[in-house]
Design a protein around this ligand. Sequence first.
Ligand code: PBG
Length: 329
Amino acid sequence: MAGAFPRVRPRRLRRTEGLRRLARETRLSPEQLIAPMFCTPGRGVRQPIEAMPGIERWSPDLCAEKARELAALGLGGALLFGIPASKDTTGSSGTDPNGIVPITVRAMKEAAPDLVVITDVCLCEYTDHGHCGVLEAGSGTDVHNDDTLPLLAAQALAHARAGADVVAPSDMMDGRVGAIRDALDRAGFASTPILSYAAKYASAFYGPFREAAGSAPKAGNRRGYQMDPANGREALREIRLDLDEGADLIMVKPALSYLDVLTRAREIADVPVLAYNVSGEYAMVKAAAARGWLDERAAMMETLLSIRRAGADAIVTYFAVDAARALSR
Ligand code: PBG
């Protein structure tokens, strides 16, 4: 009978690297990797982030230098987060046309015009309470959805005006993709794409990022707007809504605990699907490798490959530069 041992031997295709390469279903290349970057005011400023070894906050001049390096490595792009000089209750430094992100975008686009610069759009880096939107009157923890929308739209517009190639709302307010699309279109930025963090979960794996961005909520948590880790179907609903509102690309975040969601997202979405291999996922590998408990490079490559295999067209990852270097060797 055909189809059974000993005629059939799957190991035949695993015998040599040449055969394995030929039979390989999933490939990883630098253009599928997007590097997150943290920008902060000043000149020549570099601040290491303790829980994310190898990642630093940089001033705009260093971000511009780095942009050249990312472009030379052939990366898919950079995702920019701003750490402003000042924070207030409405996150007004986030909508400033001369705020930290617009300044850095201009510097990066001047240094490396071909590098795709994506900007994170959210209030949490800019509010003194650390929530992703403005708070309901009299509350220290409840975010007012509809009052947040115009601020997100203004922030996205400030980024587009500075030359951002893509704006990426990560706040999880209802209706924000549509609000941003309207604002961009009205201001003459109909061609600026929106990458929506469509299925973003309330995750413990954002811990190191909140150190990097100083954006941990002062009181309460993000479970009133980010998704419940127990829910898969709801992610598909979020994705459909964002596509209806005009999202050009969608993202699932985090990646590793949500590979099933990624696969299902890939099945229903006909736009590019991205995954965010988040700070905690990076920190786990780094911490284990530092103790000699894991082979860092092998764990990094297996992680990224598995995210691609699950359905991601591109991956936002703190490993982007290291992986691109490893791939080009
Ligand atoms: C902002 C934002 C967060 C991340 C990306 N955008 C933090 C959060 O929601 O608390 C997390 C990224 C990471 O952990 O690498 N809303």
